[in-house]
Design a protein around this ligand. Structure first.
Ligand SMILES: CC(C)(COP(=O)(O)OP(=O)(O)OC[C@H]1O[C@@H](n2cnc3c(N)ncnc32)[C@H](O)[C@@H]1OP(=O)(O)O)[C@@H](O)C(=O)NCCC(=O)NCCS
Length: 185
């Protein structure tokens, strides 16, 4: 029997988590205003560890430009027609890291713990394999132990710890952990 990772994920598709149906589709340029609206309705604690400030229109515009150029692929998760999260795979613009993709993701805090995040990581790994990437990394703050555990459970391994590397929206510094997973053929 094929595992979730081996099955080809053809978006859009829906999956049920604890009785809640969530649909997954690819983000396009037409989603720009919806994504901005989603970001601006998130509570501060959901935004605090984001690498980019996605509440800013210019940041979301750049995101859309990267989608159009193919550098970024984003999966949008929706519940009952409302956006509840996303996961992106970013390809490196640097020649020497062209085999590495980075996953960045967020699930609305009201929807966490259902399995939506794990499902999207598996979808991203599948997409990374289709793009012939060799490794997927994630950058997380050291004070997110549950997030770290989720990635460890999904076979990501810690690669580096950078002290006081992050400054959150409240100007507090945190250590950065880089984790990665090798993509199998
Ligand atoms: C990381 C994140 C996307 C996971 O999404 P999710 O939909 O909660 O993921 P899952 O439901 O698959 O749960 C994964 C783990 O999260 C933890 N978790 C469960 N409920 C949670 C909650 N309410 N809040 C935070 N973490 C929770 C659990 O450890 C869970 O593992 P378990 O199922 O073995 O108990 C989400 O926590 C998030 O958006 N965090 C902020 C942004 C971030 O850190 N992104 C990752 C780096 S880019």
């Amino acid at each position: 029997m094929k595992t979730a990772r081996q099955r080809k994920h053809t978006h859009p598709f829906a999956e049920t988590f604890n009785g809640t149906s969530v649909s997954f589709r690819m983000m396009t340029a037409e989603d720009e205003s919806m994504v901005l609206k989603f970001a601006n309705t998130l509570p501060e604690e959901d935004l605090i560890f984001l690498r980019m400030d996605i509440t800013q229109p210019e940041v979301v515009s750049e995101w859309v430009r990267n989608i159009e150029s193919g550098r970024t692929i984003t999966i949008i998760a929706e519940e009952d027609g409302r956006m509840v999260g996303y996961a992106s795979l970013h390809s490196s613009h640097l020649h020497w890291t062209r085999h590495i993709g980075e996953v960045r993701m967020l699930v609305n805090s009201k929807m966490r713990g259902l399995g939506v995040g794990r499902s999207m990581v598996n979808q991203i790994i599948k997409i990374a394999a289709e793009k012939k990437l060799e490794r997927v990394i994630v950058q997380i703050s050291s004070n997110q132990p549950r997030v770290r555990k989720m990635f460890e459970d999904l076979n990501f391994e810690p690669q580096a710890l950078l002290t006081d590397w992050l400054k959150d929206r409240n100007n507090r510094t945190h250590d950065l952990i880089i984790m990665s997973e090798n993509i199998e053929d």
